[in-house]
Design a protein around this ligand. Structure first.
Ligand code: SF4
Length: 277
């Protein structure tokens, strides 16, 4: 299903700079260009701070700029994810995934508010700056919120509806938000084929064997991925281990960051197991 892009005031691309985000950006930009609404596409990046792979935010911006798309970065004002873990006294976990709700979705809500206000004032901001683009609208702003989730990534994601009205993100008077998963049925192979065809740079962590981007140490990641990430980011791993000791809570029940660091020193990782998220 491809929604009628011209119906929306804004087409928001949530980008982590990862392979799925950049493929979605490439795909949606081509559709928006064909529909004559490329100026309505905006890329938003939720910056998680120290915990991300190096250069992620800059890469997300570079990818957006490549397509001539306005770029907005947001982050939790009270501190990054590691600060939050220290304040909270616990790591996020299965069923308590506040890392995504507080640091991604919650921050993107602020952008939804900003974009709805801009559209309702009759203006649009694009990469060239503020530009009046029509009359004020006297209805809720229409926003298509695009996410790069794919069915192949996990059984939970496979069950997700690729297009749905987002009641939680919408309001009665200011914004109507639909969530769209443009590459929901794409395979990993198709994603990489599209990236290679686009010629747009991808993050080097993939070339070092990592199957996913975002946090270097994801709570869902496989042991092999965490060990490899610790080999590639030893200072960040030490920082995690310090936080683990200070809050007295293991990074994962079955695997502490101290154990990950020990394995990173002792073992070589030949194959990195992917994980469901
Ligand atoms: S990558 Fe993992 S740890 Fe980081 S925000 Fe996403 S789910 Fe949470």
């Amino acid at each position: 299903l491809i929604p009628d892009l011209a119906w929306y005031d804004w087409i928001l691309i949530n980008t982590s700079a990862g392979k799925d985000s950049q493929t979605m950006l490439d795909y949606v930009v081509s559709l928006a260009r064909r529909a004559g609404v490329l100026d309505r596409v905006v890329a938003v990046h939720a910056d998680l701070g120290r915990v991300e792979w190096q250069g992620v935010r800059a890469l997300a911006e570079r990818q957006a700029t490549h397509y001539g798309v306005r770029f907005i970065a947001v982050s939790r004002p009270q501190g990054d994810l590691l600060d939050h873990v220290e304040q909270h006294g616990k790591w996020p976990g299965y069923g308590t995934r506040w890392c995504t709700s507080d640091h991604k979705r919650g921050q993107v809500y602020r952008v939804l508010t900003q974009l709805a206000d801009e559209a309702r004032e009759g203006g649009r901001l694009d990469v060239t700056g503020y530009r009046k683009n029509g009359n004020p609208i006297y209805r809720p702003a229409r926003i298509l919120n695009c996410m790069g989730l794919r069915a192949q990534e996990s059984p939970k994601r496979a069950k997700q509806d690729p297009f749905a009205y987002d009641e939680e993100a919408s309001t009665a008077t200011t914004r109507h938000v639909d969530e769209w998963l443009p590459i929901h049925d794409w395979t990993t192979e198709e994603v990489w084929t599209a990236i290679r065809a686009s010629g747009v740079p991808h993050h080097p962590a993939y070339d070092m064997g990592m199957p996913r981007l975002s946090c270097c140490f994801c709570i869902y990641a496989s042991k092999s991925a965490l060990v490899r990430a610790a080999q590639l980011n030893p200072s960040l791993a030490k920082e995690y281990a310090r936080v683990e000791v200070s809050i007295g809570h293991r990074f994962k029940k079955e695997l502490s960051m101290a154990e990950i660091i020990d394995a990173a020193v002792a073992e070589s990782v030949d194959e990195i197991e992917d994980w469901a998220a």
